[in-house]
Structure formats: C-alpha cells, structure tokens
Design a protein around this ligand. Sequence first.
Ligand code: NCD
Length: 303
Amino acid sequence: MRTRRSLLDLDDLTAEELNFIFERARSFEKQPAPKRLDGIACVNMFFEHSTRTFTSFNLAELRLGADVVNLAPKDLSLATKGESIEDTAITLHAMGVSVLVVRHTEAGLPARIAQAFDGHVINAGDGTHAHPTQALLDIHTLLEEFGDLHGRTVAIVGDVLHSRVANSTLRGVLRLGGNVVLVGPESFLPDAYAEPGVGVARDLDAVLGEVDAVILLRIQRERFAQLPLDERHYIAGYQLNRKRLLRLRPSTIVMHPGPYNRGVELDESVLTYAGWRYASQVMHGVAVRMAALDLIVNGITAC
Ligand code: NCD
C-alpha cells in the first residue's frame, strides 16, 4: 500500500512545495548541503538509457549523504526470472530501501511501483508521460533568469508529441503564471494541444521574436517506428540556426533538456549564442533534485 510521498508528476506538488523546492535548491547552490538523507537508502532503477538524469540523481543523493545503489536492467531479476516489478519493490523495501528513482519506457510504471512500495518513488521519466524533475530544473532555470514567470512566454519547439519533458515543463510554466506556445509540424504537434495559456503554432519564424525563452526538443526516434515526416523538411522548418537566432530579442534564452542533436533541432551557432542556457540547466538539475529528494523524504523543514 502506498503510504508515503512520491513524485510522479508535478501535480503531486502543492504551490507551497514548488516554492520550497526552488528556494531550497537556491540554498543548496550557495553552501554545502547538510546530510539530510543520512542513513536513507536510495535505489536508482533506470530501465532506459540516461546520462544526465542518472548522474544528476546520483550526485544529488550522494551530496545529501544517502546510501546509493544503482540497478541496471540486466541486474533486475524481473528482466529474466519473471518477478513482477511490484514484487521487486516489496523485496527492496524489506531490505530497508526508502527511495526508488525509476526511469522506464512505459508510461505509468513509476505509479504502479508506488502502489506496491511502502516508500518514496521518484519518476525520472516514464515513456511519453512525465519527467517532473526535468520540469523543476527547467522552471528553476527560467526563474533564475526572469525572477518570476508572470507575463512571460516560453516556446517549446519540435517533437512535442513524444516528449515527456514538454508535458511536464508546460504544466510547470502554467502553474508559475507563464504562457506557453508549442511550435512544430502537425505530425509532432496535434492541434488538440491548444488550451488556455497554451498556443499551437506552425511557423517558427513568426514566433521567435515574441518569446522570452525557447526550449528545443530532440526528435525522440526511439518512441516511434518511422519518422512521420521528411527530415529535410523538418530541419528547414524547425531547426534553430544562425539565421533564426537573429529573430530573437537579445534577452531571449534558449534551453534544451539534452541530449541535443547538432544538425537537427539546432546548429552549431546555437551552442555559442549568449543566451544558450543548457549548462545552467544541467547545473541546476543537481540542486533541484537534492531539494526534491529532501522534500519528498523529510517534508517542508527549515534548512
Ligand atoms: C529527456 C528525456 O530522457 O526525457 N532528457 C533528459 O532527461 N534530460 C529528453 C530526451 O531524451 O530527448
């Protein structure tokens, strides 16, 4: 039975908790963190490839003094011995594990584990569904830049349909009072994405001069069998390149959850653009994950 706090999507966090995470992340970035996970066992279960998120969670747990175990799919007996994911979670709990950080190709799998596991489950990305800690680090990066998101517009560009980052970051921007314009071809961005506060646009050139931040997305080829459009057309319409950078206001920042594909959603000139914030996102990722772990395990506490 699920009796403890988990973080499966941003909706699991109240407004007060969101603020707590950003403030605590700021304080962790200023001074060495107290060992707030001392004696807490965390298991990272990444069933899908990950470089950034995996390393970032590891560093966050270690910096808070947790005991950390990493399981790759080949280490998980359920992969070969028929054990269900729920029974694996029960076993890990009996061993004293308190936190499971889970990434999986299947949307909803972390939620299923959370039903069986008497501990905390953190979703590190499930299929096309959600990626709450990426959203938190994206919002933290935006807040560090702009102070607050009221009246700000964020463009999310590219393969929105297959992006859990787009789903979660979009919710985060709306909750903090900002607006979102989604930009992409119909095969990557159905009209149905439009809602109050969220526009759908097809013409990237027309949008670039109107926004405060641009978040680029990778074409997530591992999530569909065949590219639904010609890649050259995609690049012609949606790649952020030297010419398109000139359309941005000088204060507009450009972000990407990574991994980025040079020559597809961006060209080399983006990597030297003054407003390119990729490294800041990655840096903030560690502190934000520390703050999220602190909140989920310890609740709202004084530092
Ligand atoms: C993203 C992911 O895996 O969802 N990357 C990340 O976690 N930083 C985005 C992607 O794979 O394109």
